[in-house]
Design a protein around this ligand. Structure first.
Ligand code: ZN
Length: 166
C-alpha cells in the first residue's frame, strides 16, 4: 500500500498529468490542432457515452501547438491510429489501464486508405454512386493520396472525413 501510494505520488507530475487523468481508455496525443475535431468525427468519439476530454491548441515541446483527446473505456486499435494518421501525422496513442500506459503506438500510414475519406472531385464515381473510396498513399509528408477511381491526387488540406464503420 505504501509503495503504491509513493509510486502514484511520484508519477503525478505536471508533464504526465494530461495522460494520467484517465483511468481506463485511450489518450490520443500530439494531434495537429486543425485535425482534432476531424479525428473526433472519424473515430466517432462524438457518439461516445463515456467521459471524453478534448483539448486543443495546447503547448507542445515538439510541435508548437497540439491537440489531445482522452476517451474513457474506449480502447482504440493500432488500425484506428493508422486511420487517424491520414488526418494528422505524428499522432501518439496511449492505451491506459488502471492509470498506467499499457500500450503506446505512433501513427503510421497504411499503403491504401479505404472508405475513411471522401474524394474531393465532385465528378468522381465514388461521389456520384456512393462507392467506397480507395486511395493509394503516394507520399506521407506532405501527404499525397491517389484516388484509384478518378486518378486525382489529394493532399491533407483537401481531406473531408467520412465516418468509419465500426
Ligand atoms: Zn476520385
Amino acid at each position: 500500500m505504501t509503495k503504491n501510494a509513493k509510486k502514484t505520488g511520484k508519477k503525478n507530475t505536471v508533464t504526465k498529468r494530461t495522460i494520467e487523468l484517465i483511468t481506463n481508455g485511450t489518450v490520443i496525443d500530439h494531434i495537429d490542432p486543425d485535425a482534432v475535431f476531424k479525428i473526433v468525427r472519424i473515430l466517432r468519439i462524438d457518439e461516445c457515452d463515456d467521459q471524453v476530454t478534448v483539448g486543443n491548441n495546447l503547448k507542445s515541446k515538439y510541435f508548437g501547438r497540439k491537440g489531445i483527446i482522452k476517451v474513457e473505456n474506449v480502447f482504440l486499435t493500432e488500425e484506428d491510429v493508422n486511420k487517424v494518421s491520414v488526418i494528422s501525422p505524428h499522432v501518439t496513442m496511449n492505451i491506459i489501464k488502471d492509470y498506467e500506459v499499457v500500450k503506446k503506438f505512433k501513427s503510421k500510414l497504411p499503403p491504401t486508405v479505404e472508405g475513411i475519406i471522401a474524394c474531393n472531385n465532385p465528378n468522381c464515381i465514388t461521389n456520384i454512386e456512393g462507392i467506397r473510396t480507395r486511395f493509394k498513399v503516394k507520399a506521407d509528408d506532405p501527404l499525397a493520396l491517389f484516388c484509384t477511381y478518378c486518378e486525382r491526387t489529394m493532399h491533407r488540406e483537401d481531406i473531408e472525413v467520412r465516418h468509419i464503420r465500426r
